[in-house]
Ligand binder design. Sequence first.
Ligand code: CA
Length: 238
Amino acid sequence: MSGLVLVIEDEVDLATTLEYNLRAEGFQVRLAHNGRQGIAAATTDPLPDVIVLDLMLPDLSGTEICRRLREGDRTRDVPVIMCTAKGEEIDRVVGFEVGADDYVVKPFSVRELVLRIRAQLRRRSQRAEGEPSMIRFGRLEIDRDAHRAWVDRAEVSLTALEFRLLHQFLSRRGRVQTRDTLLSDVWGIDADVTTRTVDTHVKRLREKLGDAGAYIETLRGVGYRFKSEPDEVSEQTA
Ligand code: CA
């Protein structure tokens, strides 16, 4: 799978290493070394398919850049993978406030970044094709119209809310889902529930899914992530 990756990173050595490795993986690469350059590069034709964005840049912060990209008509839907240092506020970065699609924590391996870039590209192409009612993912199968789910062909009895939760996870597979995002999208933003409620329901959903429950990964302090591929090896499971 190829695509144009825009890397916005002020550490020149790291940017150059990423450029070299991503090209070796078959991607086209565009580099920007500060925020203003980055925004210009994000809106230059051909538009990038994925943006890898460093959180700490000399002129504009990664969060500010991400916000601006989300406001721009041409850049709104371009997936953003944020590079953060340990201890930075990942939940804020991937939550509503900023809107990054995924993140990697420095120091990260090129392999991990490539997996995440591929997951974003796959998600984009799936969305473009329009999804049918039946979704299959490994041993899991759901019928979105009939609101039914099966694991290893045996039907699983889910409440309406559990089904919505599962559907949300599946349709955003490979992406980080913060508790706040889930609360708003599954329960509705006005619902009088806490993030602890999300954990309780995810736990119950996992139990009902049995072996397929392992597709839902817990990201400590952040939320959840449904695997992008059934056989994907967990790298961030807490
Ligand atoms: Ca930096």
